[in-house]
Design a protein around this ligand. Sequence first.
Ligand code: GLP
Length: 243
Amino acid sequence: MGPRVVVVDGSVGLALAGADHVGELLAETPASSVVVPTGRTPIGVYEELAARRRAGVLNTSQLTVVQLDEYLGLEPGDGRSLFRWMDLMFLEPLAIDPARVLALPADGDTEGGLAFDRALEDRGGLDLAILGLGANGHLGFNEPPTAADAGTRAVDLRPETLEANASYWGDGVDVPRRAVTIGMRQLLAARQILLLVAGASKHAIVHAAIEGPVSPDVPASFLQVAADRVTVIVDRAAWEGEA
Ligand code: GLP
């Protein structure tokens, strides 16, 4: 049995299905620890969750947010910071108290990664890892090849990731070449994993991840090992590969 796959129509379908999934978890366990990804895919889900909070049907007051990934070597205030992105797209709109955010070590050294993993473990691990899918099959910045038991650490970004992420910042803005990411081990240990996938460009990689061989060369394929805890919400363009 593979992961549960929910195919939805367009960005509205993704936003509603994603928000329903996260909302159900928060209704059951308000004091959840949740990883939230940056990137384009989850934006509609976050907007829908924020609307539900404003409408009083979603309570985020006990939620702990765990940072997924961050570029290394940025000066304070750098507009490319993924923490800043998460702040604008999730923490602010969902009124998350900064004291309830577990941030990655800013310098990404080995000690920092180990301390982060210990802090996460002390909190009881992740209740939910919401994840996007990299063009090369990465989760967070667990770039291929990644072992299933890799911990939180600094990584060199691969050329295809630099290319994909360049579109976030526009012409002439460099993508940092190094990053820090939560480890595969911590993500795979989450009590629930929600993978969000959108767009025809992800067609081949989403099928490789869910149905292909389990391999360090496609880090997202390790989700098959945790299949009973994984839900994939994928739009029809990605699932069927329409242009
Ligand atoms: C980026 C980030 C991931 C993100 C993924 C997909 O490189 N490191 O956290 O989930 O790639 O991004 P997008 O949703 O923009 O396709």
